[in-house]
Ligand binder design. Structure first.
Ligand SMILES: [Zn+2]
Length: 252
């Protein structure tokens, strides 16, 4: 089943209803976690995903609200008896720091620890992350405070495309990454260095000619957001939705 589930829709400070932004992507026998915060074992269980079903972990950038769950995830799966290997993907900046973080725990040398393989994603636009018959994941650099990659998920048998901006200022790389996607999931933390407002996200979606825009990495507590949404809807003619935690996007 081809599916994207929003595990967290909130910005860097979570609250009772919105965890830090992270996603789960499933296609065929692959179950792929994109970023991880809080306790991933708990999040996977709530999403109805067995810990052992997880095949890949894609990390977009080394900010705490996107990678702090990695040691807990790896330790939890080991304690639950995981044997199957895990593949972790990210830019070199991210992978080196994640390896250093895991080294502090000396986690990977614990007895009978399953194999964890790291894969550095090449720096450039539309670089392959995972390429399989039924799913292609491509990455492009976006504009954030540190090296960060946005993602394009191509569900090949279903002919569906979902793009995810990750944390970024409005940038041309996302326009190209999301070109004619069925859904663009764009951050809407607000117009500031390294981030984007709902109106700016709408402009990116309009120029990318996507069929729908889902806003993420925002706070429902933000009272100005509803006004910003009204303005965004003047800019982008297709549907604009606010993501919520555990929102499923099914593609059959
Ligand atoms: Zn960030």
């Amino acid at each position: 089943m081809a599916k994207v589930m929003i595990l967290g829709s909130g910005f860097a400070v979570p609250d009772e209803v919105q965890d830090n932004t992270h996603l789960l992507v499933t296609q065929g026998d692959r179950t792929i976690l994109v970023d991880t915060a809080s306790n991933p074992i708990l999040k996977l269980r709530r999403a109805g995903v067995a810990f052992d079903a997880l095949t890949d972990l894609v990390l977009t950038h080394f900010h705490p609200d996107h990678v702090s769950g990695v040691p807990l995830l790896l330790m939890g799966m080991w304690l639950l008896g995981r044997k199957r290997p895990l593949d972790i993907y990210g830019l070199e900046h991210t992978i080196r720091r994640v390896q250093a973080m895991l080294d502090l725990y000396e986690l990977l040398s614990w007895p009978n620890f399953y194999t964890v393989s790291f894969h550095v994603v090449a720096d450039g636009e539309m670089m392959p992350v995972i390429e399989r018959e039924d799913l292609r994941i491509l990455a492009s650099p976006v504009r954030h405070l540190i090296p960060t990659m946005g993602l394009r998920f191509e569900f090949i048998p279903q002919s569906k495309v979902v793009a995810y901006s990750c944390d970024t200022e409005p940038c041309e790389e996302v326009v190209r990454l999301a070109y004619r996607a069925d859904i663009l999931i764009h951050e809407a933390a607000g117009a500031s260095i390294g981030h984007t407002s709902p109106q700016q996200a709408a402009e990116i979606a309009r120029r990318a000619e996507t069929r729908a825009l889902y806003l993420i990495h925002y706070s429902q507590m933000n009272v100005a957001l509803m006004k910003a949404l009204d303005e965004a809807r003047q800019i982008y003619p297709e549907p604009i939705c606010l993501t919520q935690d555990f929102l499923p996007l099914d593609f059959g």
